[in-house]
Design a protein around this ligand. Structure first.
Ligand code: ADP
Ligand code: ADP
Ligand code: MG
Length: 245
């Protein structure tokens, strides 16, 4: 335990919560201890990632343990892979259950970037990864009459809310296992109250038996923490660097 604490200090990993999983030091450790598929490890190294960043060291094992997480780490510190990798591992492979993972991003540009990173990290695993374009296209692609052969959805919240509020809903979120809210501080910013309502609607629609949630942001925001304490289950908080930086 002292070794773990020393390791966390070394990498400026601060954690709060109970029964927090140990951080990993290398990607190989994910392979050895968490039986990551060699394909994922290959995709990581194809991306040029040699060692996990501090947020990846700690957030990946937390999510692999199926724990709700609130994570804060500076911009450019690899938060995208920190949530995508455990999700790719846990979804195992493609299914016909409709979307099982949902990533919300505050802007379409960010959704696009995350989508590209997801394609890269999931190459060869067979997952169907999608972003939402037009509402009508979405109905044809994801509606109830389709085969439901899709796994991961990356989108801005507003268009998703529109689709789930159709009667019948164009997209079902009842099989969602992971709800990720990326740049959650932005989604909660002052003057963007719309986002909070949208989030509420989406959160409610993810009503499957085993939904876990992950909030990622670059800065600590009290509003996000409040929301997490209210809505998340036995949350693990992970901060890289000082909590208020
Ligand atoms: P954040 O979301 O924290 O701002 P990103 O996930 O966008 O950061 O990652 C920033 C950059 O770092 C991206 O170009 C990404 O490909 C790269 N990156 C992510 N993880 C690693 C890693 N383990 N090693 C090297 N580069 C990485
Ligand atoms: P976001 O902010 O999430 O990118 P948009 O503001 O583009 O979302 O709107 C969401 C999408 O949902 C739009 O592209 C549009 O196709 C559809 N949409 C939203 N509201 C309506 C509406 N009232 N009637 C028809 N389509 C709508
Ligand atoms: Mg990011």
């Amino acid at each position: 335990q002292e070794k773990i604490n020393h390791f966390r200090n070394q990498h400026k990993i601060n954690v709060y919560g109970t029964d927090i999983p140990d951080p990993v030091e290398s990607f190989q450790q994910l392979c050895d201890e968490h039986v990551f598929s060699s394909k994922i490890i290959e995709n990581i190294s194809e991306s040029g990632y040699k060692a996990p960043t501090p947020i990846q060291m700690q957030a990946v094992p937390v999510m692999l343990a199926g724990r709700d997480i609130m994570a804060c780490a500076p911009t450019g510190s690899g938060k995208t892979a920190a949530f995508l990798l455990p999700i790719l591992h846990q979804l195992k492979g493609p299914r016909k259950l409709g979307f099982r993972a949902l990533v919300l991003a505050p802007t379409r540009e960010l959704a696009q970037q995350t989508y590209r990173e997801c394609l890269r990290l999931s190459e060869g695993l067979g997952f169907r990864v999608h972003i939402i374009e037009k509402a009508e296209t979405a109905r044809k692609k994801f509606g109830r009459k389709t085969s439901q052969k899709f796994d991961i959805l990356i989108t801005t919240p507003n268009r998703l809310v529109y689709l789930i509020q159709q009667e019948p809903p164009v997209i079902s979120l009842k099989n969602i296992e992971w709800l990720v809210i990326d740049e959650s501080d932005k989604l909660f910013e002052e003057g963007k109250l719309g986002f909070r309502e949208q989030l509420g609607a989406i959160y409610k629609a993810c009503d499957g038996p085993s939904v876990r949630r992950a909030m990622f942001s670059a800065t600590f925001a009290h509003d996000v923490e409040e929301w997490c304490k209210l809505h998340l289950d036995n949350v693990v908080q992970v901060y890289i660097g000082a909590r208020n930086s």
